[in-house]
Each structure stands twice: as structure tokens, then as C-alpha cells.
Design a protein. Structure first.
Length: 347
């Protein structure tokens, strides 16, 4: 069986094994995301276009085919708009790389440029109120070994606003405590490492945790901070384990605090810290660095969320709600053209 366009598959191989991991230094997770997008395109061509694998070529990277592929992702694969856009950007990156390697393929990137990303609705980030956070942290029983571990996990995640996987990847050597201002190294997306300061209270919790889970006589700096032991073998704790215990504590907390949402998950703790820091006056640029975001535009969602929450709160306490003003009442924008422009987005 002869491959119809060998250059296509060689370019795919070099893109995934050389360009992304070695030249762009992308993490294994990021490379896998690009690989998934390309595999989905291949699956689509085989299943929907009846094109055998060995006959797929650069010629199939046409706008009309890509539009069909994106619709297939949403209709058949049930992908969200954001996932659809992510897959499209991966394919565009591949087309750009192919053009850079062979000028004859530069038209591919131009062709894919005709395919726009799909507009996605802004969503309010899910976070916990202060009362809900206190209720959640009050659920573990610190006298029980597993609960003590889980409670510190949540405390640490809140203090550092770390992603769940960043916390799970922590090793003892990542902590710097013997300094005036203690901090921890967090290893985030794209193999990027950032330093995050630790609150004095969190350091106290950490030292107590070490005494219980990493006794000095057995302490190894390469050990994972959070681990599970199964049949006598210790290993890195899994994200599923974290989701499970946070969901359990959330269900218990809901019986004592109505602010607890119906669905609770680890990332809400990160969102909660970010919202609290923004409300506390931390500039978006600094918050973006603290959270390990690649661009400040990603952090902008917290500013939007805070503004939207204030708007909803005002509507909730307003006696008029969305009803028209009484004729006897004076509109707040009366005789104030500038305010009216702001209210309607004109300035």
C-alpha cells in the first residue's frame, strides 16, 4: 500500500516530535493536545469523507473541508465552542509550520485563514463566597489522617491559587522555607515554573503536615508532597482522588451553608482565591503573573466576573428590578449625557 502524499505524514511527524517539543519547548500535555486535533482530523476524513488513511494529503486542508470537520466535532463529538476553536488553532499551527518548511505549502495557512474561530459566550467563573469557603474547610476532621491531608491540600490550593495538577506535582524540594519570605515553586502549563509566596499560617500548616506525612527520618526531597498508599506502595495522588474528596466535603457543607453550589470541584478554589485577590486590590497584571497565565487577557475574566456579580447584586436589591421607573422618580442619567453614554457602552 503506497502512501499518496508522503510529505504530509513526514511533516506531521516532524511537527509533533521535533518542532513542538524541541523547538517550541511545549509540554507533553500541550503536544498531546495538538496530536489529538490532528488525529481527529484524520478520523473525520476516514469516517465522513471515506478517504483511506494512506490517501490523506495536504490537498485536503481546504476551507470547505475544515468547516465540515468543525461541524462534525460539535455535532458528532459534542465538542464545545472553546474545544472547537482549540482544535482549529492546532490545525492552523500545523499549516503554518508546513508552509515554513516548504514554501509550496504556504497557501495552506492562507486557506485555513478563511476559517474563523467561533464566538463563545462569556461565562461567570465559578467561585465560593467567604462563608462557603469556611464551611468547606470545616468539613474535614483534622484528627483523621486522610482528612488532615485533604484539609491541608485545600488550604494550600487556596493560598497559592494553584491548579490542581500543579499541587499534585509538588515535591518536597519545591518548598523554600528557610527564608524571610517563604515561597514555593509551582510547575505550570508549558513547563513554566513560577515562585509563589506562602502565608505564615500556611507555612505552619505545612510543617504540621510534614511531621505527620513526611517524618524527618524518612524525608526525601524528591518525594511527592501529596501521595496515596495502596497495598503498601506510595505514589502520586491522582486528580480523581482530589475531585472525589472535594465533592464529598461540598455535599456535607451544603447542609450547613446555602452558599455552597450544587456542583463543587477543585478549580473553584483557585477561582475563589483569584476573585478575592482582585477584590483586595491586586492589579490584573500582577494577578496574571501570580496565576501563571500566559497572557493578561486570560486573567481579564476575573474583572468581568466581579463587575457582573456587582450588577446582579444591585438588581437583586433594587425594588424596581427590571421594571420601568415610576414617572415620579428621576432617572439617574437625567441631565447627564456622559453617564448615559457610559451606560449604553458609547464611551
Amino acid at each position: 500500500m503506497k502512501i499518496h502524499d508522503e510529505a504530509f505524514f513526514k511533516t506531521v511527524r516532524d511537527f509533533l516530535t521535533v518542532y513542538l517539543p524541541k523547538q517550541r519547548c511545549y509540554s507533553a500535555n500541550t503536544v498531546n493536545s495538538y496530536k489529538t486535533a490532528l488525529n481527529l482530523f484524520v478520523d473525520f476524513m476516514i469516517a465522513e469523507k471515506q478517504i483511506p488513511l494512506h490517501k490523506i494529503s495536504f490537498a485536503h486542508l481546504k476551507a470547505e473541508i475544515i468547516f465540515d470537520w468543525l461541524d462534525w466535532l460539535q455535532d458528532k463529538r459534542k465538542c464545545s465552542s472553546s474545544t472547537r476553536n482549540q482544535r482549529l488553532m492546532a490545525l492552523k499551527s500545523f499549516a503554518k509550520y508546513a508552509g515554513a518548511m516548504d514554501i509550496a505549502q504556504m497557501s495552506l495557512y492562507v486557506e485555513l485563514g478563511k476559517v474563523p474561530i467561533q464566538k463563545t459566550a462569556k461565562t461567570i467563573v465559578e467561585h465560593l463566597t467567604e462563608d462557603a469557603l469556611k464551611a468547606l474547610l470545616a468539613q474535614p476532621n483534622p484528627k483523621r489522617r486522610t482528612d488532615a491531608r485533604n484539609r491541608f491540600f485545600m488550604i494550600f490550593m487556596y493560598d497559592t491559587a494553584a491548579r490542581c495538577q500543579e499541587v499534585l506535582d509538588l515535591r518536597l524540594k519545591d518548598f523554600e522555607l528557610n527564608r524571610k519570605s517563604p515561597y514555593v515553586y509551582l510547575h505550570g502549563k508549558g513547563n513554566k515554573t513560577r515562585t509563589v509566596p506562602l502565608m505564615a499560617k500556611t507555612v505552619e500548616h505545612y510543617k504540621a503536615y510534614l511531621d505527620k506525612f513526611h517524618p524527618a527520618e524518612f524525608r526525601n526531597n524528591d518525594n511527592f508532597v501529596f501521595y496515596t498508599t495502596i497495598h503498601g506502595n506510595s505514589g502520586q495522588m491522582s486528580p480523581d482522588n482530589v475531585e472525589k474528596f472535594i465533592k464529598l466535603y461540598g455535599e456535607k457543607a451544603k447542609s450547613v451553608c446555602t452558599d455552597i453550589p450544587d456542583r463543587i470541584h477543585p478549580h473553584q478554589i483557585r477561582h475563589t482565591r483569584a476573585i478575592h485577590l482582585y477584590r483586595g486590590g491586586m492589579p490584573l497584571a500582577l494577578l496574571s503573573e501570580f496565576l501563571g497565565h500566559a497572557t493578561i487577557s486570560t486573567t481579564q475574566v476575573y474583572a468581568y466576573a466581579d463587575t457582573e456579580m456587582k450588577r446582579k447584586a444591585l438588581l437583586k436589591i433594587s425594588p424596581q428590578g427590571n421594571e420601568p421607573l415610576d414617572a415620579s422618580e428621576k432617572a439617574i442619567w437625567e441631565n447627564n449625557d456622559e453617564l448615559m453614554r457610559k451606560l449604553y457602552g458609547l464611551s
